[in-house]
Structures are given as C-alpha cells and as structure tokens.
Design a protein around this ligand. Sequence first.
Ligand SMILES: N[C@@H](CCOP(=O)(O)O)C(=O)O
Length: 407
Amino acid sequence: MEALKKFDGAYWRSLFDSRVGKTTWPYGSGVWSKKEWVLPEIDPDDIVSAFEGNSNLFWAERFGKQFLGMNDFWVKHCGISHTGSFKDLGMTVLVSQVNRLRKLKRPVFGVGCASTGDTSAALSAYCAAAGIPSIVFLPANKISTAQLVQPISNGALVLSIDTDFDGCMKLIREVTSELPIYLANSLNSLRLEGQKTAAIEILQQFDWEVPDWVIVPGGNLGNIYAFYKGFKMCQELGLVNRIPRLVCAQAANANPLYLYYKSGWKEFKPLKANTTFASAIQIGDPVSIDRAVFALRNSNGIVEEATEEELMDAMALADSTGMFICPHTGVALTALIKLRNSGVIGSDDRTVVVSTAHGLKFTQSKTDYHSGDIPGMGRFANPPVLVKADFGSVMDVLKDFLLSKKK
Ligand SMILES: N[C@@H](CCOP(=O)(O)O)C(=O)O
C-alpha cells in the first residue's frame, strides 16, 4: 500500500518498460495458438450472472444483502420483452382479440391509446405485426426518445399532443367513442387478463410458494390490479392458500393514490402530475383508481412514494450491483428501502420488486444523473473520467482507482 502511494506516471512507465523488456514474451511465433490453457475448476457458487435465478425472476443477491440486509429479495423483470416493458403481456391479448374481431368482419378500423411511452410501443408493435392500424396519443416532449421512436418505427399514427398524459387520455376516450377505433388502455380488461400472467408466473417460478410482498410501481394503476387478479385467481383455483401483500409505489411528483391512501381512503382527488424522471407514471388522474384501491384493500396493501432524489439514487444503487433498471423500478425500490428501514418488511421476508421496463429506454436520465447534470443529485454518480491518451496519465488514474478500492 505504502509503495503504491509513491507511484506516479513516470514510475509506472519505467516499471512497464523494465517488465516488458525482461519478461519472456509468451505470445509470439505461434506459441500462443499452440499452448493449451487449463482453466481451474469452477465451483457452482463462483458463477456470476448479474442476478441469480431463472427466466426473468432474479434473486438480487448483492442488492438485497448489502443494502437491505435481506436474504430473499427478488426482481421480476418484465422489461425483458419484445418492446421492453410489461405492456407486451397485455397487448398481445388485446390485439389478438381485435385481430379476431376484424376477421369476423366487425368494424374495428384501428386500435388507439394514450401513453407515457410503453403502452404505445407495445400497441404499435403488435398492431404492425397483425397489419392493424394503430393510433397513439403522446404528451409532447414528455416521453423518452427511445420510447418515441418505437411507435414511429412501427408505422403507427403518432400524435404528439401539447398536453400531459391525463390530457391525452381524456382526448382518446372522446375520440374512441366517436370513431371505430378500439381503445387499448388498461381500462380495457383484456389488457389486465394478459398482465395478470406475470403474477401467475411468479408463483410458478417459486414452485407455488407465495412471496410475502410484491412491490409494483403505479401510474395509471392497471398493473397493481392485474397482479392482484393473477394472485387471487391462483388462490381461488387452490394452487396457493394465500396471496402476497401488495405495495404500490408512486413518484411523489405524481402521487394521487398515495394521498388517497394517506387520507384513509376517504377522498380521492385527481391532481396535476408534476414532472418526474419516472415519466411513465407521471399521471394525476389514473383510470384504474377504483380497481387499484380494491386490490390494495384486499391484499392488506400499502402505498409508498419516492421523491426524485430517492428514486434516482435507488436506481443508481441498483445499477451499481449489475441491474440496469428504469426509474419506475427506482420508485419501487425506494418503497422497499423505506419499508425495510421502518421494519415493516422483515429481513427474511420473501419480497419481489416488479421491474416494469428496460433501463435502455431511459438512458438520458441515467446519463444526466451520472454526469452530475441534475442539480442537487448524484449521490452515487459514476462519471466517466476524461484522461489524456498517454500511458502515464492513464496509470495515474488507475492508481487512484486501485487505492480507492483497496480495503
Ligand atoms: N404508463 C402507461 C400509461 C398508460 O397506461 P395503461 O395502463 O393504460 O397502459 C404507458 O406506458 O403508456
């Protein structure tokens, strides 16, 4: 350690030169290609994947143990799918039904939705695959570029409207009551029938052992109800004898359900959602509010909220353990952190956080966070290091890095 501290660029340069000069170089003259490399036998415990688990249900071992003191923390990643979010689960059901209606010559000329970016991506992809026209209403400048480009590429009619999601939702409801355009938002129960399969899958993946908690980010609130529906169906079929406690996690900037919950379910007040990095849940007047309340009340559920700083920090912390999550999953993780800190969720409770979309849809906010471009944020920022293309300079950076890692 002491010796390391003395090193500077020039020292490293001389060390490198002397080593390269003296060492027998094993790589030239065909030696490399002929050499047989024998790898040490590996123990199954040594195998590293970002998360341990099968399919899309991962045991998030490092995050759970290191940051939560939990042994049984899991992530159900619904963003590893065709369009990168859980919306694919419901949209395949809905568009299949529309396909059938059209084959039966019913007058359904297209399918439409309002969206914060994920529903529109799924709708346009499945419609394009079936050759059905799709129409999406998007709040202008409020969704990520990765999300915007999805319906554009899939040939949807994309209306970029100068309002927020709630404004788009109101407009599409009016339009679809006037024109033969089928409404694909989650107030349509076909969507929920598809989405509830994620709950059934979780139980199946745990070999029909019921987790204690399932935490779902909530905006338009169809998904929390879909999870309840899936779990309840399995209970009614006798596949399991109880259901998990559900937690719905909202961004504090768009938290009508949270406020309703805090009022003891006394009065629901739609609100104007403020801008949040969790843009897909920036919704102030959720269409599935009543269903969500039903799901939460019947599962002994809880509603939590996350500030912008909390959700971005939680996302960065999770990413630093090998995840690459969306900001909405950061909201759900914040809820978990709060419930763990208050002792509501115990260290041995089997807990599943539902990750709703792929992190690659939200690279801008991640980049801004890590480069320190968001005022007052960046506790876990890991900005790239700008360094001269010079061996000594690179080695100096590495020296600092190695010293910071030395325990
Ligand atoms: N987050 C959603 C908002 C629309 O909600 P839905 O429940 O009707 O799909 C989106 O990605 O558009």
